[in-house]
Design a protein around this ligand. Structure first.
Ligand code: F6P
Length: 322
């Protein structure tokens, strides 16, 4: 294999730059050329191409976001859109492609491989960490650390005013950020999409804590929780109690910031493994981590199977908040 394409797609995640750097430098090691495409699959359709050499990725390992920029590209879901991308692939004589992104991006990659016959490897990148076939996705660790730092700050003011805080974290369909942040910052409860949330049970739990002497409480709400976002839940609590409650929605600060060492190291490992896989003739797989080992999973499994949030974590939040 002499020339490969590279793009980042979907929501950006801290550590994507470390993966880009690893892909480029591994390819150079094996005498392969890399063409980067800006703005995800849109850039592949529009030919927003740039040749990437070792210098083009220097100094980026510590930067959040993605130097290749990213989009969600509805046009790529259509065969017509992908046909334009295939013209660009042929123009650049690409034999392989690496796509860094979430579940939707892995699906896009699988469809591109099917339509074009190009070899392709996916690298999981999403702060939500909800991708089947890997324990870890790029950006998750940084997002959790950002949220934990924010909640440590909120704890100070919650304690001083003896208030209840509802803190909303990202996670459209998954409670990974909520649960990991909750365990690391010692919150009173976490409401996640994986379990049905009962406001009465939450209120009883908070009252019991109050009886035990807790003067303030923090509850994390994953944005995709079945009971609603943090503002909806606050309204429901206010209807039933006279508690002084505040809401804080952390939002996109969780997507930015300097990647943690864990994100830099894991992203680098995945980048190296992706290029070595292409070089060895592997295709139509996503490279991930199974515990601490590099593991490959069929792309189709990535978007057709659901990664379950272990009930052990959910149980821990209950135990640790008593
Ligand atoms: O999928 C990652 C994610 O950060 C979700 O947690 C969040 O719901 C979504 O992206 C936000 O997307 P956007 O930046 O397009 O608003």
């Amino acid at each position: 294999m002499k020339k490969i394409g590279l793009l980042t797609s979907g929501g950006d995640a801290s550590g994507m730059n470390a993966a880009i750097r690893a892909v480029v430098r591994t390819a150079i090691t094996y005498k392969m050329k890399v063409v980067g495409f800006k703005k995800g699959f849109l850039g592949l359709i529009k030919d927003y191409a740039l040749e990437m050499d070792s210098k083009s990725v220097s100094g980026i390992i510590c930067q959040g976001g993605t130097i290749l920029h990213t989009t969600r590209c509805p046009e790529f879901k259509e065969k017509k859109g992908r046909a334009k991308a295939i013209d660009v692939i042929n123009k650049h004589k690409l034999e392989g492609i690496v796509v860094i992104g979430g579940e939707g991006s892995m699906r896009g990659l699988a469809e591109l491989i099917e339509d074009s016959g190009i070899a392709g490897i996916g690298i999981p990148g999403t702060i939500d960490n909800d991708i089947f076939g890997t324990d870890y996705a790029i950006g998750f660790d940084t997002a959790v650390n950002v949220a934990v730092n924010a909640i440590d700050n909120i704890r100070d003011t919650a304690t001083s005013h003896e208030r209840l805080f509802l803190v909303e974290v990202m996670g459209r369909h998954a409670g990974y950020i909520a649960i990991f942040t909750g365990i690391a910052s010692g919150v009173e409860d976490c409401l996640v999409p994986e379990t049905i949330s009962h406001i009465d049970i939450l209120i009883d739990k908070l009252k019991a804590g109050h009886k035990r002497g807790k003067e303030s409480s923090i509850v994390i709400v994953a944005e995709g929780d079945d009971a609603g976002g943090a503002f909806d839940i606050e309204k429901k609590i206010r209807k039933k109690t006279a508690w002084e409650t505040r809401v804080s929605v952390l939002g996109h600060i969780q997507r930015g910031g300097r990647p943690t060492a864990i994100d830099r190291i894991n992203a680098s490992r995945l980048g190296v493994a992706a290029v070595e896989a292409l070089k060895n003739g592997v295709t139509t797989k996503m490279v991930g981590l199974d515990k601490d080992d590099i593991a490959f999973v069929d792309l189709e499994d990535v978007w057709s199977k659901k990664k379950e949030l272990s009930s052990e974590y959910i149980r821990m939040v209950d135990i640790l908040s008593t």
